[in-house]
Design a protein around this ligand. Structure first.
Ligand code: PMP
Length: 393
């Protein structure tokens, strides 16, 4: 029954892992889920009630494809504070930022088009690109983000899009330095390659100053920027957004209309009322405080238990620590997928890193989510990891 293009659509190994382990008694460093104990339940209950009381008809009726006008204005204000030139006309409200990535890629790419991607990178974006039959031009990452020196003419020329996650990248946790941001923006602009910047974790910064978006540095404004309320309110609300030049926003709104007419009228108003009531900052503070502590607990536990076998980074924000298994002097290299199988026998899950690598490398890497597990169980999880590593190596 299925069309040709469905061959390129496959289940995410992470979603599969979450499905397999849900219900089981696992300690999970695998998912990208926020901690539900931190969801602003009372605040959402009260603003939802207010929305239904004061604007019930609007909340339950069809709306504009571009999004609820007051929310577009609020998002524009948020984006101006991040350094983007933004009016409501620059903003498209989407059903999560995943849809923003899909719309942007679908609008820009023909089958076979080349897309520059970081390695490793966000798995669900690779799934979007694969479904569009894109070809990858892979650029490595290091602790300072995308290696801008690898953006050579042969990589840039003929590419139709450059996808980057400069803040606390999923999965590597790396943050791109200001210098690199300038170089990436400059090189992409000079080569006429539009930048697709995914900033899903922007507000989950635990230290240091916020850096300007690459999209704000790309002078010809040949850029699309995406963000979300999933990580700072709750993902089930499914409200994200996209920033681009107004003419492109208009075209993307037409594409969005084909997909789902518009994002939920109720949820958009709930987010707007949540912002108006001033709930965002206190909620964010709770997320940041709890997550920063858990990051530190996991880092300390790694140092205590895993340094003979692993190296890892210290992310300035986000949800992930990315670890690499040290090479062995002799014997077959250790594979994180095998490590996972052994860890699961002892009740621990994490995500082996290979799936995040568009070039097929990374079998020696693992992604550890430090926000989902309760703080008091993190060390126990890392100890299990060290025991498995110890027995195996
Ligand atoms: N981008 C990145 C890097 C993500 O990690 C996620 C969530 N896993 C998304 C986009 C999409 O999230 P949402 O659709 O909930 O905004």
């Amino acid at each position: 029954m299925l069309a040709e293009r469905m061959r390129r659509v496959r289940a995410s190994p992470i979603m599969e892992l979450i499905k397999t382990t849900s219900g089981g008694n696992y300690l999970s460093f695998a998912s990208g889920l926020p901690d539900p104990a931190l969801f602003p339940l009372e605040e959402l209950r009260s603003v939802t009630d207010e929305v239904l009381r004061t604007d019930g008809v609007g909340a339950l009726q069809y709306g504009a494809a571009e999004g609820y006008a007051p929310l577009r204005q609020s998002v524009a204000a948020i984006l101006r504070r991040r350094g983007l030139q933004a009016t409501a006309d620059h903003v498209l409200i989407t059903t999560g930022s995943q849809q923003a990535l899909d719309l942007a890629a679908r609008a820009l790419l023909n089958p076979g088009d080349r897309v520059i991607v970081e390695s490793p990178t966000y798995l669900a974006a690779l799934q979007v690109l694969e479904s569009l039959e894109a070809e990858y031009r892979v650029v490595p990452m290091d602790a300072d983000g995308m290696r801008s020196d690898a953006l050579t003419p042969s990589v840039l020329n003929g590419s139709r899009l450059l996808y980057t996650l400069p803040n606390f990248q999923n999965p590597s946790g790396a943050t791109m330095t200001l210098q690199r941001r300038r170089e990436v923006a400059g090189k992409a602009a000079a080569a006429g390659v539009p930048v697709l910047e995914d900033d899903a974790y922007h507000d989950l910064r635990y230290e240091g100053e916020a850096l300007p978006p690459v999209a704000a540095l790309a002078e010809n404004a040949h850029a699309i920027y995406t963000g979300t309320f999933s990580k700072v309110i709750a993902p089930g609300v499914r409200v994200g957004y996209l920033w681009a030049q107004p003419a492109l926003v208009e075209r993307l709104a037409q594409l969005k209309q084909i997909t789902d007419l518009h994002a939920g009228s109720l949820t958009q108003r709930v987010v707007q009322a949540y912002l108006q009531a001033g709930h965002l900052e206190p909620g964010l503070e709770r997320f940041r405080t709890a997550y920063a502590r858990r990051r530190d607990v996991m880092l300390a536990a790694l140092e205590t238990h895993c340094s003979p076998w692993l190296t890892w980074n210290r992310p300035a924000g986000g949800m992930f620590i990315f670890a690499r298994i040290k090479p062995r002097a002799a014997g077959t290299p250790l594979d994180a997928a095998d490590l996972l199988a052994r860890a699961m026998e002892r009740g621990l899950v994490f995500v082996p890193g290979a799936a995040f690598h568009p070039d097929g490398s990374g079998s020696d890497t693992l992604r550890l989510n430090f926000v989902s597990a309760p703080e008091e169980r993190i060390e126990a999880g890392i100890r299990i990891l060290s025991e498995v590593l110890h027995e195996w190596s």
